[in-house]
Design a protein around this ligand. Sequence first.
Ligand code: BGC
Length: 821
Amino acid sequence: MKRKHQDLIDKLTLKEKASLISGKDFWQTVNIDRVGIPSAFLSDGPHGVRRQAAAADHLGLNASIPATCYPTAATMANSWDPELGEGLGQRLGQEAAVQKVNILLGPGMNMKRSPLCGRNFEYFSEDPYLAGKMAAGYVRGIQSNGISACVKHFACNDQEENRMTLDSILDERTFREIYLTAFEIAVKEGKTRSIMSAYNLINGVYANENEHLLVDILRNEWGFDGLVVTDWGGNNDGVLSLKCGNQLEMPGTPDRPEEVIKAIEAGELDESVLDDNVDTLLDVILSTMENGVNKAPEKFDVDEHHQFAEKCAEESAVLLKNDGALPLNKEKKVAFIGHFLYLPRYQGAGSSIVNPTKLDDARSLLPNCGLNVVGCAKGFDRYGKKSNKLHKEAMNLAAKADTVVLYLGLDEVTEAEGLDRENLHLENNQLELLKDIKSLGKEIVVVLSAGSAIEIPFVDDVNAILHCYLNGQAGAQAALNILSGRVNPSGKLSETFPIALEDVASSDNFPSKTRTIEYREAYGIGYRYFDKANVKVRFPFGFGLSYTTFEYANLKVSQDGVDFEIKNTGNVKGKEIAQLYIGLEPSCVIRPLKELKGFAKVELEPGETKKVHIAFDDKTFRYFNVKTNKWEVEKGNYDVYVGASVEDIRLRGNIEQAGTNAEAPYDKAALPNYATGSLRNIPDAEFEALLGHEIPNGALPFYKKNRLVVEYNTTVTELRYAKRWIGRLVGKAIPWLVRVLRKMGNRVLANTLVMGLVHQPMRGWSRFSLGGLRVSQLDGLIMVFNGHFFKGLHHFFKEGRKYKKIAKAEKKAAKEASAAK
Ligand code: BGC
């Protein structure tokens, strides 16, 4: 097939073509002015543009140009409204185009395998169908501006710690059904033009050089013809990843182009592979430049975008409990207490951090909220430090009120990229304050800010709980609108809230402290496990209250889908999110009891009834058959459930499906726990039966007791096992420093070290150096750590001098060339 940009490619030298497959710097692609190839700009992120004008980093350290900070994906998923997601994407994409960004690095769409994953706030759901539909909405919106979205992190990047070297071990069916389906929807329905490969390995192969993932599935099965970019610094083998269609390494290094040229000259790589990849890359660069960046308006409407962010926050807040305390009574005296009132917790930490155009805080908005406010107080230190003074002030204020609205939550260093949480608790100083206010006998309304599930042991001590998640720059106003009754809450949980962390199926294998992480619970992510194993949860998936009530009736099931009616039986207008689940019992396939296959959000006036249709689609009855290696449909009489949450099923029906008559894929006798849903502590033999092979060994490959040969993928922490003392010193000193900083209370710096250094493999030192540390120099350092001290240092300096000389010569040549012009 003729390449789209063949004429342009013909004009390029081999060196120029190779130069394109690695970035020019931290955020841009290489430009070749001679033939009119411009440089494209890539920028985070998922809930607001983070275009850095000066110092660049991927950890959220240096400021970026102001942009609207919308609610994060975890928040928006609670709206269950892909159209709203599209509206957000449209505005996000417009802001990106205005800022001359060609490729916007988002949305993030990994699955919430454990509530501990530090980056869950950036992801949509524990359910692939909901996550995929939301992501597709974002992508459509972003790309309506002519630029490209970039869904990430493809795939199985579900633990943050050790994310650059961790190997996710899972069976093919779980991989397809749970961990890839959302991406499939974003590719096929959203038509994303770019995708970011994940840092980690999947079943022994790095995601960015994983032929099964990037070629067989992404390109051949899903028909993706866009750009694949590495996650930042995630390039492992630059030649292998090119063969798998990973067109762009970011940030740029001179090493990848050189390695590719070498491979071509040695006959190990066909030049046509490079040409194909350059063609794809050029297509995204040129088209996003022409249709997006060059056509972008000069500015965006800052106020309208802020208003829209407020609407998104309103639609996404989830009312978890209400015994009638909400909406707040205008006659009652209300005290507002909590540190988050003064400084809202509205986004997460790391590469997604946005510098907001404005920022609402509840305290400043209180004078106009229309309530009888008796005062406000901080109440506690948000980072957990005990303060008797703050506690006392709050107690004095609470004593004067009928109702106390307590703003509780997680601080910004607890939920961060590159780290996982250690538990699901709120800080003790917050819980103590709640307990003491409770002892005053006051009515208590809790407003929560956190990016993912937390334990809520205080549920019976309070009258109402409104969970606002991380609701963006206009979130404070949105929350007040709900508290005061101007807006009726309609969000529903896109993830389960367990009673305790230990109840979650993955907690047996999360976090992993070895080089592999085993997905032993298989399909038992989120509600799929709790529902089948009949484990009690605090709040189920899909749950959320309203200031009104709804009745479901008249279910009809046909081959097209389900039809039913919803009636608003209360006194105020409201929106209901109805959910369609499907199950099959008995089944030749191991299955959860129910799986989400559709949903609809309906707005109803008091007393109004509406007809609702939820269509079946290609995902409704399919399962991935590991024997035929295809999607199949099992013949059977399927259970159809329509409900207000996964637990609150209001209507039931059945539908017969003919099936595809594929051979049953499992010997169920070998998988007894998977069959019954008892997914805790799965024995080795059973996990191996599911995997179809032995469990890979995740232990560090010591050559003798606690001694390791250091190589490119040895992390900083693993250096503690290096042969030479100098490596051991580095390997121990950095984690020690992190511990000391944490003890001193400097969690921000400690976290930055963890994010940027502790889990960094040796190769990352070079990948992030923008050419400052070449791989061959790194070889010298590795020699040092492996015991060849002088030889290694000699090599390191020799290589350094070599590259310095080359750079000098190139500079001279460029100067002469420009003088000749
Ligand atoms: C993150 C990506 C992000 C990139 C650039 C990486 O550390 O994993 O999500 O887009 O940095 O900031």
